[in-house]
Design a protein around this ligand. Structure first.
Ligand code: SAH
Length: 220
């Protein structure tokens, strides 16, 4: 069972994400669970303030460190636990990283930033910073969902057919999956490659190897 502890000011963003499709099923089957922790609950003042102006000036607001750390400390840590801050300047997230997280941990704590980001002292309370890509989102929630989705589907039993995981794009190092087709055989004049209709498994396998590709090793 993998526990995802999500630290977010906007837990409702996860409502449909967590309650549809395979994510919902994986919870019902007891393979994963979600817990949400709102730093607003860790704010001690009467307005439950979670943001403040940056020292030294500059645009926008930062997430305050004290409500965040108070929130983190309330999360009971498992032995195999990883605390991750979602950050556009973090280490680029990859399939290999997803696989490692799914194998090594029972608990993944995901801290979603908002505003201009988080007071830098947060680095004393996390294991790593992960970026889902070289662009800036408005908050860490969508990034956290990307991490959850790529990790949970690799857990044993989550996807019915584990073959589909082994043959995927990005999975064996830097490969990309061969193109696939389903019915109809001809659509709008576009035909399915003949070899796939041949029933000749050796030829099909050879074609697939050829049509799979090499992706930039950086992402592996
Ligand atoms: N001012 C910051 C950006 C803040 S964006 C900067 O210039 O770096 C607000 C929050 O969104 C961040 O704290 C982070 O949690 C999340 N976020 C934005 N882009 C992200 C990305 N590419 N990967 C992961 N998290 C991201």
């Amino acid at each position: 069972m993998m526990t995802f502890d999500i630290v977010t000011l906007f837990p409702a963003l996860f409502d449909s994400f967590a309650n549809e499709s395979i994510v919902a099923r994986a919870q019902q089957e007891g393979r994963i669970r979600f817990r949400y922790h709102n730093p607003r609950m860790g704010a001690r003042d009467k307005h439950h303030t979670v943001d403040d102006r940056p020292y030294g000036g500059g645009a926008g607001m930062l997430m305050k460190i004290d409500p965040l750390v108070r929130t983190l400390k309330k999360i009971k840590k498992f032995k195999r636990s990883r605390t991750i801050l979602l950050s556009p300047s973090g280490t680029q997230f990859t399939q290999r990283k997803a696989a490692r997280l799914s194998r090594r941990y029972d608990q993944i704590i995901l801290i979603c930033g908002r505003y201009e980001g988080v007071d830098a002292r947060i680095t004393n309370y996390i294991d790593e910073e992960i970026s889902v890509g070289p662009y800036v989102l408005n908050g860490g929630e969508v990034a956290a969902m990307a991490v959850v989705e790529s990790v949970f589907r690799l857990l044993p039993g989550v996807l019915g057919n584990s073959e589909s995981i082994r043959e995927e794009t990005w999975t064996s190092g830097t490969t990309k999956k061969y193109p696939q087709y389903t019915r109809p055989e001809v659509f709008d004049g576009h035909r399915v490659p003949k070899v796939l209709l041949s029933g000749d498994h050796a030829r099909i396998a050879a074609w697939r190897t050829k049509r799979g590709g090499i992706l930039s090793p950086k992402g592996a």
